[in-house]
Design a protein around this ligand. Sequence first.
Ligand SMILES: [Fe+2]
Length: 303
Amino acid sequence: MPLLRALVGAGAVSGVALTAYAVRETREFRLRRYDVPILPADQRPLRVLHLSDIHMTPGQRAKQEWLADLALLDPDLVVDTGDNLAHRDSVPVVCDSLGQLLDRPGVFVHGSNDYYEPTLRNPLRYLLPDSGRRHIRSPMLPWPELTRSFTAAGWLDLTNRTASLTVGETTIAFAGVDDPHLGYDKLETVHGPADPAADVRLGVAHAPYLRVLDQYAADGYDAVLAGHTHGGQVCLPGGRALTTNCDLEPDRARGLHRHPADSRPGDPGSSWLHVSAGIGTNPFTRLRLNCRPEATLLTLVPG
Ligand SMILES: [Fe+2]
């Protein structure tokens, strides 16, 4: 059966080539930019660098250099929505890579991959419905050390709490929850009307589960920032996501959207939603297809 052998051979070669391409894409970092019209009319624009899902291992030099260069953007504020770690020795590596970004005002929450060591997974699981299985039997990662490092640098820990920060002339009211993907979010701790006296109100979470987005939008947060989805990670040509690894629909797997999806700016109980496609992947599923790794510079401007 020479023809069959040739077809199988061609299929194997195509699979290897596609895998090699998808592995290479994990190092094709890019910066996305959006304007978000949520500031009061008299305020100067505020530049917010949104980082998510770094999934750092000590040997990832290209990622470390690219992250270090982000400090050149000189953002007014950094928002880190978790999954920084992918190795027990990564806390100093993450902090070194963030470098001068840690000197900027910042806020953070953790994701499941800050808590537990990565495990071997089926790369195709990103295309499958959520099995409900959570990898919480893996050894713990040194997340308390990550928390201490970030807070020692002056970043605000938004784990199940509200806080406020004044950056330049802008007072920002924040709400943050622990990772909803693990069910660690204690929404009742941040429930209630967002501070109307603040100039702008931001909700933060690792995973953009609808229950979290619904509460933030109903409570008057102007925008919600999240990660976790990896933008779908393995996407169709054109970047169409097939999955989000949570209950958010794939059309909002990354980028700037509204929540609820069909709302318009100014609608009561609605907000902007920015979902980062993230910078890394689980080291055992180091593939991205039509979904480059990214950070985002959100410029908050008067609405
Ligand atoms: Fe992640």
